[in-house]
Design a binder for this molecule. Structure first.
Ligand SMILES: [Zn+2]
Length: 62
């Protein structure tokens, strides 16, 4: 799990807004997602490590 302390300091690398955790769906290529509250990019969490890279982010759902 991602600790609240870590969540508190993580921001979207694209728009610098906060991210919030969201459960991954079956078949997703991530344990869970951190979803940007600003632009909606979804950052994968793999092996308990948030991948805060725009290149790795899934684009917002239409
Ligand atoms: Zn963002």
């Amino acid at each position: 799990m991602i600790s609240n302390d870590l969540l508190a300091i993580l921001v979207c690398p694209s728009c610098k807004k906060k991210v919030e955790p969201k459960d991954a769906a079956a078949g997703d290529n991530a344990q869970m997602w951190l979803v940007c509250t600003g632009c909606g990019l979804r950052f994968p969490v793999r092996d308990d490590i948030p991948i805060m890279l725009v290149e790795e982010a899934a684009s917002a759902k239409a």
